[in-house]
Design a protein around this ligand. Structure first.
Ligand SMILES: Nc1nc2c([nH]c(=O)n2[C@H]2C[C@H](O)[C@@H](COP(=O)(O)OP(=O)(O)OP(=O)(O)O)O2)c(=O)[nH]1
Length: 136
C-alpha cells in the first residue's frame, strides 16, 4: 500500500510584535480552540503556495511566507504540521471568513488562549519569533 504523508502548513503571521491566531468553529471537538491560519497542502502545491491560498481563503489577505519555525509535529492520523513565519503583504486587514474569531497575541499573551494540542508544543518557538530572537 502506498502511504503518503499529508502535510498541514500553518502561518505564524507577525505584525508589530503580535501573532495572529484564529479560533476554530468546527469540527465539534476542535470548535473554540485556537490555531494558526493554514491547512492541507494540495497535490502539486508547494508549502508556501498552500499557505498563500489558505490565508486568502480564511483571512482574505495576501501574505509573504518566510522560514520554518519550530519542529515538524506529528498529528493524529498520520499528517504532519509545519509552521512558517509570515507577514501580511498588502493593506488588507485579516477577517475571520471561516473562523469564529481572530486575535493578535503578544508574546506575553500567547498562553491566554486554548490552542490545539499540536500548537501548544510550538509556543516556545512562537514566543521566540515574537520577542525578536528570530525574525520572519
Ligand atoms: N490550519 C491549521 N491546522 C492545524 C493547526 N494545528 C493543528 O493541529 N491543525 C490540524 C487541524 C486539522 O486536523 C488539520 C488542518 O485542518 P484544516 O481544516 O485547517 O485544513 P483544510 O482547510 O485543508 O481542510 P478541510 O477544511 O478540507 O478539512 O490540521 C494549525 O495551527 N493550523
Amino acid at each position: 500500500m502506498l502511504v503518503t504523508t499529508r502535510v498541514i502548513v500553518g502561518a505564524a503571521i507577525v505584525r508589530s510584535g503580535s501573532l495572529l491566531a484564529q479560533q476554530r468553529s468546527y469540527p465539534a471537538e476542535a470548535a473554540g480552540l485556537w490555531e494558526l491560519p493554514g491547512g492541507r497542502v494540495e497535490p502539486g502545491e508547494s508549502d508556501a503556495l498552500a499557505l498563500r491560498r489558505e490565508c486568502a481563503e480564511e483571512l482574505g489577505v495576501a501574505v509573504r511566507v518566510g522560514g520554518r519555525i519550530g519542529p515538524e509535529i506529528d498529528l493524529p492520523g498520520g499528517s504532519v504540521l509545519r509552521i512558517y513565519a509570515a507577514a501580511l503583504s498588502g493593506d488588507g486587514e485579516p477577517r475571520a471568513v471561516e473562523h469564529r474569531a481572530l486575535r493578535w497575541l503578544t508574546a506575553a499573551e500567547l498562553d491566554t488562549v486554548e490552542w490545539l494540542p499540536a500548537d501548544r508544543v510550538l509556543l516556545p518557538d512562537l514566543g521566540e519569533l515574537l520577542t525578536g530572537a528570530r525574525q520572519p
